[in-house]
Design a protein. Structure first.
Length: 500
């Protein structure tokens, strides 16, 4: 549904915009936060639900998540602003879990259920009855009927029906999750298994009721901007996200106008990573020290890899810093007293920034969707904004990281240029289901000698859940950006850069 201006997308933008306005301008934060659901639905006529009371209750939970707070319990009286004092600070990641189902917003969709539709013509052959191995289908009033108590959900009836009259009901969020982290609670609502979830957010993007949302840091980010220098680092997938004619120079100017001290390209860190991983492949895989090498830039992929592989094979995940972290550390070397916000397409980057195993140097993570709301809060319309400021931190290699296959292609190009004659075996997987298959093949020894790129989102970073435009359009914009780059490859010396 990305790239479509659905009511869910509009509602999310309204919530983020209102929270940003409060963070920028409010002198009475508690009261203004409590008032947001009433500003969004000011009349007694509901816009989205059957009841204005349910609508405002759901909106209140959206506001809490946008503040970085957890959902309120169902059985206790808790104010929308409860816990706000702990979040009204200039540095705070979020209260785990990152991804949550809003119970009152979930429509309790049936999952993996077969049902006869009105397409059934009551044909004489009734092949559905004949193929059912459990006798779960009978003819009632001339139409097929499935006994759900007997049905084993094998799908044979659906496959053989000549009128396609048997539908399989699938919960959209569960269908979007490639690692089966979505279950059902005792009331039939969607439930996320946090031990399985890798925070890719594909469930959030797929829910037609907007019942799944991640936590935001926009409130804390704006507080930090008021107190000291905050520098933004922009993921390469940003191209095209704010309009067809909005190039990087315009986005930088707009960011500085709303209060950021400076702006860098995350593709700088991707350039460093491409050369570093090319070096690792040549010196570790080609020498036989490692059976294969896994890229490290996608946090959903790397978390899945470390869960799937043995402890020994987990070392095949590249030790190269992710582009987000490499860029942040580069910025910190130049501006040690600044705070850094990563602006990108990805929910999982919020998890990566807060991990304790590797210091990220990233203080805040927001998505393109959240940045669009911040622009709106400050009255900036990128369609008419006409200021620009030059930015050129990276090469076409690093900028290509935003699309599936771009990381592997970047590393292969660096190997061909700086280690001529080295034979490179490239594999890549996109989407968690395909990533898991690839990891199992690698674990079984079927991918030895390969450089393997994994992307948690089908399509790569341009398919992240925090994006604003359709995936094919975003991919095309990035490819043009790469082609138009004045420099194609980063220097080989990048592999020797030491970042603390």
């Amino acid at each position: 549904m990305r790239g479509i201006e659905t009511p869910i997308k509009k509602l999310r933008k309204k919530v983020f915009t209102e929270v940003a306005k409060v963070a920028f301008d409010s002198t009475n934060i508690n009261d203004d936060i409590e008032a947001i659901p009433y500003r969004i639905t000011p009349s007694d006529i509901p816009k989205y639900r059957e009841s204005i009371y349910r609508e405002r209750a759901i909106c209140s939970e959206r506001v809490r998540l946008a503040m970085g707070l957890s959902l309120r319990p169902d059985d206790e009286p808790v104010h929308v602003t409860s816990g706000l004092d702990a979040s009204n600070v200039a540095q705070k990641y979020y209260e785990p879990p990152l991804m949550q189902v809003i119970p009152s917003a979930c429509d309790m969709c049936e999952d993996n259920v077969y049902e006869v539709s009105n397409q059934c013509r009551g044909c004489m052959a009734h092949p559905c009855v004949e193929v059912c191995p459990k006798g779960a289908i009978s003819i009632i009033n001339g139409k097929s009927h499935i006994d759900k108590e007997k049905c084993i959900k094998c799908g044979k009836c659906k496959a053989i029906c000549p009128y396609d009259a048997i539908a399989k009901k699938v919960r959209p969020c569960a269908a979007a999750c490639g690692i089966k982290a979505i279950g059902t609670d005792s009331l039939g609502r969607a439930q996320i298994d946090d031990d399985k979830c890798v925070k890719c957010g594909q469930c959030m993007a797929s829910c037609p009721f907007g019942a799944i949302a991640d936590k935001s840091q926009i409130f804390q980010l704006i507080q930090a901007m008021k107190k000291g220098p905050v520098i933004a680092e922009l993921a390469p997938a940003v191209i095209g996200q704010f309009g067809d004619d909005v190039r990087l120079w315009k986005i930088k100017a707009a960011l500085k106008e709303i209060g950021f001290a400076d702006v860098y390209e995350v593709a700088l860190g991707a350039d460093i990573g491409a050369v570093t991983e090319a070096h690792h492949y040549v010196n570790e895989v080609k020498t036989g020290n490692l059976p294969f090498l896994l890229t490290s830039c996608c946090p959903a992929w790397s978390v899945l890899a470390k869960r799937t592989l043995s402890k020994e094979l987990a070392e095949t995940v590249s030790s190269a810093l992710t582009p987000m972290v490499a860029t942040a550390r580069t910025i910190k070397q130049r501006h040690p007293d600044s705070k850094i916000v990563f602006v990108g397409p990805c929910a999982a980057k919020k998890l990566e920034a807060s991990r304790t195993t590797v210091r990220s140097d990233v203080d805040f993570v927001i998505t393109f969707e959240e940045l669009e709301a911040i622009f709106a809060a400050k009255g900036i319309d990128m369609a008419t904004y006409d200021c620009e400021e030059p930015i050129h931190d990276a090469t076409g290699t690093g900028r290509g990281y935003a699309v599936a296959g771009g990381v592997a292609n970047a590393i292969e190009n660096c190997i061909n240029e700086y280690y001529p004659g080295t034979e490179v075996y490239i594999e890549h997987a996109e989407g968690l289901a395909e990533c898991q298959k690839m990891l199992m093949l690698a674990k079984a020894g079927k991918k030895d000698g390969c450089m393997i790129e994994g992307m948690g989102c089908p399509g790569g970073c341009v398919a992240g859940v925090g994006t604003n435009i359709a995936i094919p359009k975003a991919a095309q914009a990035v490819k043009k950006f790469v082609k138009d780059s004045t420099t194609a490859l980063p220097p080989k010396e990048y592999s020797k850069i030491e970042l603390p």
